[in-house]
Design a protein around this ligand. Structure first.
Ligand code: SF4
Ligand code: SF4
Length: 432
């Protein structure tokens, strides 16, 4: 694509990066076929190619964002299916991240939208605040029907619908410390405790630590780590996202200095995509660029890490038929497609893949709160395809997808690690 940026514009490294990305796009439109919003809404401006044109026009003309571009960029799930499909290697992720930051800096959203986003950014990345908010959600539940009738309050209704009625206890295993591996030492890793997942389902990381230590891997929960920053990053709040990234880079650098790390293990693929991008996000910060690149190189999804271990034979082969849902952040963001299925099959599960596996389930961070209508359409389409597999259970590697799919599916939805742990001698997963 031809671009017309001035030398002065290109002096801004963010604009220069976006210009490089824009020039790679050849307008072929292949990406439209796999874009969930184009497939759902049928509008070119809700396709990757349409959004790329809108972003180009806004950046080239040095314009503040307007209502039209905000509407179409807000509808983008950042699922990155377009990046998997694109034959020209267009890095849509970095382009849309830049556009979201530009929107945040130059566009004044309506009051309720601003408030909703401010509350999400204030609450979700902090487990104690999120836990308190979930307790309060019980009070708002009787008013869901009323909130749903008022367009501006639909996000509140969506939030209340997604809030679980009971919240698990805080996990002692998530506290900073070291969990020693059993038997012959196979490795040493840090684990990301995370934010929303640690509140909604602390058993995911407990199970991960239990399985890894049984396999001989020492697991460090570093002091000072927190939310990866993805939630605010996708809202265009760059400074907050970079602050989260720096804090985690510091925490993991200390862990590296204190005893070395073979990997930073992540059990939520949405977080994995962002942490693998820390090197890019902090490339312009001389104090962090190198450390952040080292952290990104060490980041591994739990299934990616397990696939690289010399695993023993599983202790039991459950034979359960599992529908494997590949989160967008897993398959498109991190290009991890083989390992989770191979691990499940090796552990004795019968793995089935739903049709349209490339399409997002509509969770996408805070998307199911901020865009509840499109999100619900994608969720129902996903659940229909999953249920058509005839599976007994759904496995996936991202807490957002678990919450989203479980809100409509008739079959239980669990994290992949819980099924693997079960096969390797752990407790059977709770099928609520
Ligand atoms: S990230 Fe997903 S929703 Fe956004 S343009 Fe690409 S395919 Fe479409
Ligand atoms: S597939 Fe790639 S090159 Fe083709 S229009 Fe989409 S982003 Fe541009």
């Amino acid at each position: 694509m031809q671009t017309n940026f001035s030398a002065a514009q290109l002096a801004d490294p963010h604009v220069a990066e976006s210009e490089k990305i824009l020039r790679k796009c050849v307008h072929c439109g292949f990406c439209t076929a796999t874009c969930p919003t184009y497939v759902t809404l049928g509008n070119e401006l809700d396709s990757p190619r349409g959004r790329i044109y809108l972003i180009k026009d806004m950046l080239e003309n040095g314009r503040p964002a307007d209502k039209e571009i905000v509407t179409h960029i807000d509808r983008c799930l950042s699922c990155l299916a377009c990046m998997t499909t694109c034959p020209s290697g267009v890095n849509y992720m970095h382009l849309v991240d830049h556009a979201r930051a530009h929107i945040q800096q130059t566009y004044k959203r309506p009051l309720l939208d601003r408030l909703t986003r401010a509350v999400l950014a204030f609450v979700l990345p902090y487990p104690s605040r999120f836990r308190a908010a979930l307790k309060l959600a019980g009070l708002g539940r009787p008013f869901i029907g009323l909130f749903e009738k008022l367009p501006a309050l639909k996000p509140v209704a969506a939030m209340l619908r997604l809030a679980p009625s009971s919240i698990p206890a805080v996990s002692a295993m998530a506290l900073p410390g070291v969990h020693a591996g059993q038997g012959t030492r196979k490795g040493r890793v840090a684990i990301l405790t995370g934010c929303a997942q640690s509140v909604l389902d602390p058993a995911i990381n407990e199970t991960t630590i239990s399985l890894l230590t049984r396999l001989g891997v020492e697991v460090v929960v570093p002091e000072g780590e927190g939310c990866c920053g993805a939630l605010v990053h996708h809202m265009g709040r760059e400074e907050a996202a970079l602050a989260s990234a720096r804090r985690n880079v510091d925490a993991w650098t200390r862990a590296i200095d204190q005893g070395g790390l073979d990997a930073i293990v992540i059990t939520a693929s949405g977080c994995g995509t962002t942490i693998k991008d820390y090197g890019f996000m902090l490339r312009l910060d001389p104090a962090y660029a190198e450390k952040a690149a080292r952290v990104s190189a060490l980041a591994k999804d739990i299934t990616e890490y397990l696939a690289g271990l010399d695993l023993p034979e599983p202790l039991r082969k459950p034979g359960t038929v599992v529908a494997y849902h590949s989160a967008c952040s897993m398959q498109h963001g991190q290009k991890i497609t083989r390992q989770p299925k191979e691990l499940l099959a090796r552990a004795g599960f019968v793995v089935r893949e739903p049709r349209e596996g490339h399409l997002c389930c509509g969770s996408a961070g805070t998307y199911n709160i901020l865009q509840p209508e499109i999100s619900a359409k994608l969720r129902d389409r996903k659940v229909k395809n999953i249920e058509a597999t005839g599976a007994e259970i759904v496995a996936t590697g991202n807490i957002g997808c678990i919450t989203q799919i479980a809100s409509a599916a008739k079959l239980p939805v669990v994290h992949t690690i819980k099924l693997l742990d079960w096969a390797y001698g752990g407790e059977p997963p709770k099928m609520s």
